[in-house]
Ligand binder design. Structure first.
Ligand code: SF4
Ligand code: SF4
Length: 97
């Protein structure tokens, strides 16, 4: 893992967006009182996905996961991998089924 990632102060858990289960309702964005989540355009016209654009805003509270009845956003303790995925990929690169 790169040096940049070792110096960041990560939360204990981090969201993982499961694009195939997400219906774009934005309940998770509303539930995130820290403003870490935003709805973003995806690779499919008219489909939006929640995404963490500024990882420093996420404290791993899990409110986003609790707000989603579809399993479209789930917290993982593999924080380094989840942060890297969130930063390396944008919703525009997420392949939807
Ligand atoms: S992850 Fe769940 S709560 Fe968030 S926009 Fe998608 S379906 Fe809605
Ligand atoms: S874990 Fe908490 S702070 Fe992080 S995106 Fe979800 S609701 Fe927001």
């Amino acid at each position: 893992m790169g040096a940049w990632i070792e110096h960041l102060n990560f939360p204990p858990a981090f969201p993982w967006i499961v694009a195939e289960y997400c219906e774009g309702c934005s309940h998770c964005v509303t539930a995130c009182v820290h403003g870490a989540l935003q709805m973003c355009e995806s690779s499919h016209d008219g489909v939006q996905l929640p995404w963490v654009l500024d990882i420093s805003l996420c404290n791993g509270c899990g409110r986003c996961q609790q707000s989603c009845v579809l399993g479209g956003i789930q917290l993982t303790t593999y924080v380094g991998e989840a942060v890297k995925r969130m930063q390396d990929r944008s919703p525009l690169k997420v392949q939807l089924l």
